[in-house]
Design a protein around this ligand. Structure first.
Ligand code: SF4
Ligand code: SF4
Length: 308
């Protein structure tokens, strides 16, 4: 994908999410584009709880109202679109068959590779749509940890054979652009600021995990205000105590994200500031093992934490 195509992607995604509060140069760039030629966004949900869609609606700027009233370029979203039933299925088919022009794919949730019937849209498996889209789409964003890495649907046991979007394509030797936007749920800024980055400068610099370096290049641990406590070996032994939360299962040393600086919910708070350990929701290994601290910390206080 060349720079022009990325600009197109950024413009389309911005329009799709109703991003109106953009910097002036971005608005100027958008105005130069012919609306008739701006490709659409198809937002599909697989093995997902819809939490990432809910999180996107919690953004501060643009406001949720802007998001839900200016999505004319959002060709389809199962939660937000007005169309439903056969009309919705026809619409998705029209795009994925390539008959409705350029579009980009956003995927929320994992793909049940071994049990396709676990996730059906209409009468077709979710994976069939994803595979067919690879032939016609211009690129894709994986929204959230489930789409980026498998997440909770791919946890140990994994009866459905849940895989990430990249893995699903890799197994089929499909080489298409997929940008991973991790988080369970994803931070709205990580999604729309990625889009703005694409509008302004083109392809964002990606980490070796395929995520924008702007948000995912540094570990939570090295940005954490309790890092000094960690160095001094001042550890909290139960929730609510002062000190580093490492012994309570904090996965901040493994997780790359900018939560300590960005904060959440319109900058109200973030996990460690709320005395809760980082559970590594933006870590590729999030919740993959049965003894992941997210599940078992209360039962395994004296066991070393398996971070593999
Ligand atoms: S609370 Fe977690 S992220 Fe913060 S210093 Fe301790 S281990 Fe690191
Ligand atoms: S601090 Fe950790 S668990 Fe909390 S939102 Fe950030 S990455 Fe997820």
């Amino acid at each position: 994908m060349d720079r022009r195509e990325f600009l197109k992607l950024g413009a389309m995604l911005s329009a799709a999410f109703g991003i109106l509060n953009l910097p002036k140069p971005v608005i100027a760039a958008l105005k130069k584009l012919d609306p008739k030629t701006i490709p659409k966004l198809i937002y599909l949900q697989g093995q997902s709880c819809s939490g990432c869609s809910v999180s996107l609606l919690q953004s501060g700027s643009p406001s949720p109202l802007t998001l839900i009233t200016n999505y004319s370029q959002l060709a389809f979203h199962s939660d937000l679109s007005a169309v439903s039933g056969k009309k919705a299925l026809d619409l998705i088919e029209k795009y994925i068959s390539g008959k409705a022009g350029d579009y980009f794919l956003a995927v929320e949730g994992a793909i049940p590779e071994k049990m396709p019937e676990a996730c059906i849209i209409g009468d077709k498996a979710f994976g069939q749509y994803i595979e067919a889209a690879a032939a016609t789409m211009s690129g894709a964003i994986a929204v959230g940890t489930c789409a980026s890495d498998g997440g909770i649907p791919a946890a140990e046991g994994n009866l459905t054979g849940a895989v990430s979007l990249r893995e699903y394509y890799k197994k089929r030797s499909i080489n298409k652009l997929v940008i991973n936007l991790r988080g369970c749920s994803v931070h709205p800024d990580w999604v729309w600021q990625t889009i703005i980055n694409m509008v302004k400068v083109g392809m964002p610099t990606l980490t070796d995990q395929g995520s924008p370096a702007l948000f995912y290049s540094r570990k939570i641990h090295e940005q954490c205000p309790r890092y000094h406590d960690f160095q001094q070996e001042i550890f909290a032994c139960k929730l609510g105590e002062a000190g580093c939360l490492f012994k309570l299962g904090c996965v901040g040393p493994d997780t790359a994200a900018d939560c300590p600086n960005r904060w959440w919910n319109l900058s109200q708070n973030w996990c460690v500031a709320a005395n809760a350990p980082c559970i590594g929701c933006a870590w590729p290994n999030f919740a993959r093992k049965k003894d992941f601290p997210f599940y078992r910390i209360s039962e395994q206080k004296n066991r070393p934490i398996n971070r593999s």
